[in-house]
Write a protein that binds this ligand. Structure first.
Ligand SMILES: Nc1nc2c(ncn2[C@@H]2O[C@H](COP(=O)(O)OP(=O)(O)OP(=O)(O)O)[C@@H](O)[C@H]2O)c(=O)[nH]1
Ligand SMILES: [Mg+2]
Length: 331
C-alpha cells in the first residue's frame, strides 16, 4: 500500500460547541423568604479555528481526522453561576492554508504568517438564566433561554505554499537537482519523469542571514493547466511566489527541442494564469555539460529571443552567481 506523506487538500467536518442553556433557580436561604431568581447563564460553546504553524508542513493530520468538534458550553447554575465556557478548538495547519465552505463555495479566508488565526465555525451563545427576566411586577420569573447551537460546517482546506521563488519546468529538467544544490532540502532526484510528487521547499541564506524560500513542484507537461499529468493541482503552489525560475533541459534529453519546452511552459503557465507570465523570472538552461546543449543553446536563443542563465546543476561555480542573482531580485 502506498503511504501518504503529504496532503494539500482535505475535506473537514467541523462542529462548534453548543451554548449551554440558561438556568431557572431561586435563592433558598435561611431567613431570606422568597429569595429572588438566581439562575445563571449558560456558557458559550467553543469555536473551531485554524492557526498557521511552521511545524505543520502538510494537511495530513486533518486528512486522517476529518471530524473536529469543539466543547459545548456548560448549563447555567443556581446561585447566579455561569456555566463553564466550552474550550475553543485550535487546529494547527501549514502557513498558506486557505479555507473554503464546501457547500457554498465561499472562501472563508486564509492563514499565511505564523500564528495567523481564522475562525471556521463559531460556538453557540449561552442561554440567559432567569435572573435576567425579573422585573418589579414579575419577581419570580420561570423563563430562561436555551443556548444556541454551534455552527456545523463542511470545509475544504487547501494549501498554497508560501515561497518566494517557484521552480517550473518539464519533468526531468533538473528542478529538484537544482534545489538540492542550492539549499539543504533533499527532494528525490531520478532519471524518470514525475520523480517529484509533492511540492518541496528549500531555503537559501546569504551572509546577512537574509532568506529566500524556493518551492520545487512536480514537472508540468502539455495540458497541465487542464489537469494533465500532475499539473494544475500544483500550479497553485507557485501562485504566491514573487519570482520564477524556469528550468529548461538544454540537453534535450527527453527528445524535445529546448525551445519547444520554453514555448510549452509559456503556454501552460499562461493558460493557468496570465499573471504568471508577468512575474519576474530567470530562465535557466540546465544540463550544459551535455554535448547536445552546445548545439541547442544558440538555436534556443535565436528562436525564443531569451538568453538563459546557462549552467550544469553539479557545477558549483555556476551556483553562486545564481544565488546572487536571486538575492539581487529580492533586494
Ligand atoms: N547531465 C546532467 N544531468 C542532470 C543535470 N541536472 C539534473 N540532471 C539529471 O536529470 C534527471 C532529472 O533530474 P531531477 O532533478 O529529478 O528533475 P526534475 O525536474 O525535478 O524532475 P521531476 O521531479 O520528474 O519533474 C536526473 O537523472 C538528474 O541527475 C545536469 O546539469 N546535467
Ligand atoms: Mg523533481
Amino acid at each position: 500500500m502506498k503511504t501518504i506523506t503529504f496532503k494539500d487538500r482535505v475535506r473537514l467536518y467541523v462542529s462548534a460547541g453548543n451554548g449551554g442553556d440558561g438556568c431557572v433557580a431561586f435563592r433558598r436561604e435561611k431567613y431570606v423568604p422568597r429569595g429572588g431568581p438566581s439562575g445563571g447563564d449558560g456558557g458559550h460553546g467553543g469555536s473551531v479555528l485554524i492557526q498557521a504553524s511552521p511545524h505543520a508542513n502538510s494537511l495530513l493530520d486533518l486528512y486522517y481526522r476529518p471530524h473536529q468538534r469543539a466543547d459545548h458550553g456548560g448549563k447555567g447554575q443556581p446561585k447566579d453561576c455561569h456555566g463553564r465556557s466550552g474550550a475553543d478548538l485550535i487546529l494547527p495547519v501549514p502557513c498558506g492554508t486557505v479555507a473554503w465552505d464546501h457547500e457554498t463555495g465561499e472562501r472563508i479566508g486564509e492563514v499565511v504568517a505564523e500564528n495567523d488565526t481564522l475562525l471556521i465555525a463559531k460556538g453557540g451563545r449561552g442561554g440567559l438564566g432567569n435572573i435576567h427576566f425579573a422585573t418589579a411586577s414579575h419577581q419570580a420569573p420561570r423563563e430562561s433561554t436555551p443556548g444556541t447551537p454551534g455552527e456545523e460546517r463542511v470545509m475544504t482546506l487547501e494549501l498554497k505554499l508560501v515561497a518566494d521563488v517557484g521552480l517550473v519546468g518539464y519533468p526531468n529538467a533538473g528542478k529538484s537537482t537544482l534545489l538540492r544544490r542550492l539549499t539543504q532540502a533533499q527532494p528525490k532526484v531520478a532519471a524518470y519523469p514525475f520523480t517529484t510528487l509533492n511540492p518541496v521547499i528549500g531555503t537559501i541564506m546569504d551572509e546577512d542571514y537574509a532568506q529566500i524560500k524556493i518551492a520545487d513542484i512536480p514537472g508540468l507537461i502539455d495540458g497541465a493547466h487542464t489537469g494533465a499529468g500532475l499539473g494544475h493541482d500544483f500550479l497553485r503552489h507557485i501562485e504566491r511566489t514573487r519570482f520564477l525560475l524556469w528550468v529548461i533541459d538544454m540537453g534535450g534529453v527527453d527528445g524535445r527541442h529546448p525551445a519547444d519546452d520554453f514555448d510549452g511552459l509559456t503556454r501552460e503557465l499562461g493558460s493557468y494564469d496570465p499573471a504568471l507570465l508577468e512575474r519576474p523570472r530567470l530562465v535557466v538552461a540546465n544540463k550544459m555539460d551535455l554535448a547536445e546543449a552546445q548545439t541547442y543553446l544558440p538555436e534556443f536563443i535565436s528562436r525564443t529571443g531569451v538568453t538563459p542563465f546557462a549552467l550544469a546543476a553539479d557545477d558549483d561555480t555556476a551556483l553562486e552567481p545564481l544565488q546572487r542573482h536571486l538575492f539581487a531580485a529580492f533586494s
